[in-house]
Write a protein that binds this ligand. Structure first.
Ligand code: ATP
Ligand code: MG
Length: 199
């Protein structure tokens, strides 16, 4: 073995000890709340990646798409025939397109009311609330109602919340919070959003 190989082996042994100790410490089994926030690209795609994981094991999943109703999105159609996936989609497009607070509030409330029973159903392994932070920001739904539903959800259910500027209350309650940083984005360099990549 070369010096480098020996050093690598030593470092990996140390790493294994650390990881093993952490694994031994994590002995709680329950569903978790994940917040994916930040200005960079990758929040919704991360949520759908986890949907694929859950469906892959035959778990039931519910996705509520706030905002994106007016859009096509490829990932939704991949799983369209999977009976384990249910989806609620807001009927309107982006808020800056509708420019009608009353209509947006009604559309948001409609999907939120559809979502509440999902957050009470112990058969559903994962619930995704995509772009929910904007609904809270614009006051289309109440954060207290969302917190209440999260706190009282079935023990084994996990929830993913996405959207920029996730509210402090959500971040504090969540078990996992990831912030996707906007290092650069093609769009800001004049490159059009691409089918199969951006939607
Ligand atoms: P994705 O759906 O690709 O994971 P996202 O959920 O992180 O993106 P959103 O804020 O929901 O990001 O925006 C959705 C759309 O805006 C996508 O087409 C995405 O490529 C684009 N987008 C995301 N981040 C940026 C950015 N920093 N600048 C410009 N466009 C962005
Ligand atoms: Mg998104």
């Amino acid at each position: 073995m070369t010096d480098r190989d020996t050093r690598h082996k030593k470092a990996m042994q140390k790493r294994k000890e650390i990881v093993d100790a952490k694994v031994a410490q994590a002995d709680e089994e329950r569903g978790i709340v994940i917040v994916i926030t930040g200005n960079g690209k990758g929040k919704t795609t991360s949520a759908w990646g986890t949907v694929a994981r859950s469906l892959g094991y035959g778990y039931k999943v519910h996705v509520t798409q706030f905002i994106k109703g007016g859009w096509d999105c490829g990932e939704r159609d991949v799983f369209a025939n999977d009976d384990n996936l249910s989806i609620s989609t807001m009927g309107t497009g982006f808020t800056w397109e509708t420019q009608n607070r009353q209509l947006d509030t009604e559309a948001c409330q409609k999907v939120w009311q559809e979502t509440i029973p999902k957050l009470q159903n112990p058969d559903i392994h994962l619930v995704v609330l995509d772009e929910v932070t904007y609904m809270l920001k614009y006051g289309y739904m109440e954060i207290d109602e969302l917190m209440d539903a999260l706190v009282n959800r079935p023990e084994n259910q996990s929830v993913i919340l996405t959207g920029r500027a996730a509210q402090k209350q959500l971040q504090e309650y969540a078990d996992t919070v990831s912030e996707v940083q906007d290092v650069k984005h093609a769009f800001n360099n004049g490159i059009k959003a691409r089918k199969g990549i951006d939607w």
